[in-house]
Design a protein around this ligand. Structure first.
Ligand code: HEM
Length: 108
């Protein structure tokens, strides 16, 4: 029901590509905001693999939690960019892949 997780993932992915290539904090932060919006949209949806799971069951709860982890990592990277630590912010953004890979293994 609700949002299409695949569409939300495409939104996350297109902004992530821009974030990783960004050469200034403004462009980087704008892309992170786009990623965050995509993650919030994804949280409103149900992955095809979980369609038979109860909306508040353990798997759906863990799916949404995984997106909260990603949102937290995005916020941390934004804070680094705000603090003038752009290289560290970019390195932090590379680490989003760990979260992606962990949750894709489970639910993609
Ligand atoms: C940097 C982070 C991430 C990126 C770039 C990313 C990217 C993608 C892409 C490109 C797809 C294929 C979309 C399509 O079917 O058109 C996808 C699918 C999916 N992703 Fe992610 N993802 C990320 C993080 C996550 C996280 C944290 C979760 C769960 C907590 C997640 C759950 C899923 C699921 C369930 C699908 C399958 C959707 C479907 O088949 O409709 N992803 N992701």
């Amino acid at each position: 029901a609700g949002e299409d997780v695949g569409d939300a993932m495409d939104t996350i992915a297109s902004h992530y590509k821009i974030a990783l290539k960004a050469d200034n904090p403004q462009e980087f932060k704008k892309a992170l905001e786009g990623m965050k919006a995509g993650a919030q949209e994804a949280q409103k949806g149900t992955p095809p693999k979980l369609e038979k799971e109860p909306a508040d069951g353990a798997k759906m709860t863990d799916f949404r939690h995984g997106l909260d982890i990603l949102i937290g990592q995005i916020n941390d990277a934004e804070k680094l960019a705000d603090a003038g630590q752009f290289e560290q912010a970019k390195a932090a953004a590379e680490k989003f892949k760990d979260t992606r890979n962990t949750y894709h293994k489970k639910y993609k």
